[in-house]
Ligand binder design. Structure first.
Ligand SMILES: C[S@@+](CC[C@H](N)C(=O)[O-])C[C@H]1O[C@@H](n2cnc3c(N)ncnc32)[C@H](O)[C@@H]1O
Length: 356
């Protein structure tokens, strides 16, 4: 039996961590192949030398925990109900049913409400399964218009259970937008593992100059579409298909610096050239790198983690250690979505953020 925490995998992009043809998240562990058919060079796993992390001197930042950041039902998105291993969500015009391993309780809404779904993610719900979408009313296109706080973007039925947005991240977006506005100066934001770019769009709209990095060309394509859709094409966003660690290392060498760094890594992923990302091995090095590429007047570094067997205390300790000597506060906890029907909290991820 899987642990409760492990079941988180069902609600976040564990698909990024598994071999999936046409997965939006390019990084995937390659399936075992016969020895006589070696992988093409660009698909081979590459394990870059790990960063040597020295203990940071100085006083640890103040701390605030546990902090539970909550997304409540709103006009653009709502977790309508959950239970019986599934969740019923409203994404703009569509009602969507997806597996949710953590929903071990009973549904609060009657069956007729669930039967009104426009799209249902079916198929294998285990870690390895390739699922499918079913449209009980009428066939739907791949994308549909969505909004977040006035920003237009596209919802998307991806090959796996994801829909092109992680609504729980809205808590971070709002916080970040507030920090950018409060800075009253030009702010540079780096969004590592940026996916379809909602955080980048929120940052750009708030007035920041944004660098968005993701290993998946497809995800970057979707992010660019979202930028157009949002009417933010004139905002300064650099879209970069690159391994997050390699990019951050290069920025460190080049002396490029950022006021805010967001990093939302999967448990397992791969860069475009097969660079392997493994959270437990690589997160300490990347966190250290993120500190190194902050400007002399930094604003924040925001880490989210999911699909891992860990407590937020673990990433809290990592962040506090890494930001020793920087002052500020490390705040850590969980991102949750509040259900509309019975008010239960669905936990989606752990987070830890350093705020100056
Ligand atoms: C959970 S998604 C990030 C979600 C995003 N923060 C958001 O809120 O929309 C993880 C992303 O990491 C990307 N990824 C995986 N391994 C990577 C790597 N080594 N370097 C850069 N991006 C990677 C995937 O392509 C995927 O888009």
């Amino acid at each position: 039996m899987k642990s409760f925490r492990d079941k988180r995998r069902d609600s976040r992009p564990a698909r990024a961590e598994q071999p999936r043809p046409r997965d939006a998240f390019a990084p995937a562990r390659p399936p075992a192949k016969p020895a006589e058919r070696p992988e093409p060079k660009d698909r081979q796993e590459v394990k870059p030398a790990p960063r040597i992390v020295a203990r940071r001197e100085g006083q640890l930042p103040a701390e605030k925990l546990p902090l539970i950041l909550e997304v409540a039902p709103n006009a653009d998105y709502a977790l309508l109900d959950s239970g019986g291993g599934e969740k019923l969500e409203q994404y703009g015009p569509y009602r969507i049913v997806r597996p949710e391993g953590q929903a071990i309780w009973q549904r609060a809404l009657p069956a007729k409400e669930w039967h009104r779904a426009d799209a249902i993610f079916t198929g294998d719900t285990d870690e390895e399964g390739i699922g499918r979408w079913r449209f009980p009313k009428s066939p739907l296109g791949e994308t549909w218009p969505m909004k977040h706080d006035g920003i237009d973007y596209l919802g998307r039925f991806t090959s796996f259970r994801h829909v092109g947005v992680f609504p729980e991240q809205a808590s971070h977006w709002d916080h970040m937008a507030g920090l950018i506005a409060a800075a009253k100066r030009p702010v540079k934001v780096l969004n590592l593992f940026g996916y379809t770019g909602l955080a980048s769009l929120v940052a750009a709209r708030a007035g920041a100059e944004v660098t968005h990095v993701d290993a998946s060309k497809k995800a970057i394509g979707w992010a660019r579409e979202n930028q157009e859709m949002a009417g933010l094409a004139d905002k300064p966003i650099r879209w970069i298909v690159e391994d997050a660690v390699k990019f951050a290392e290069r920025e460190e060498r080049r002396g490029s610096r950022y006021d805010i760094v967001l990093f939302d890594p999967p448990a397992y992923g791969r860069g475009p050239k097969g660079e392997v990302w493994q959270l437990f091995e690589d997160l300490p090095g990347l966190t250290d790198l993120c500190r190194s590429i902050l400007t002399p007047k930094p604003i924040a570094a925001v880490l989210t983690a999911y699909s891992i067997r860990a407590s937020f205390f673990a990433i809290h300790a990592l962040m506090r250690d890494t930001f020793a000597g920087m002052g500020g506060t490390v705040e850590s906890g969980e991102l949750i979505i509040r259900e509309k029907s019975a008010g239960r909290a669905l936990s989606t991820s752990l987070f830890s953020r350093w705020v100056a």
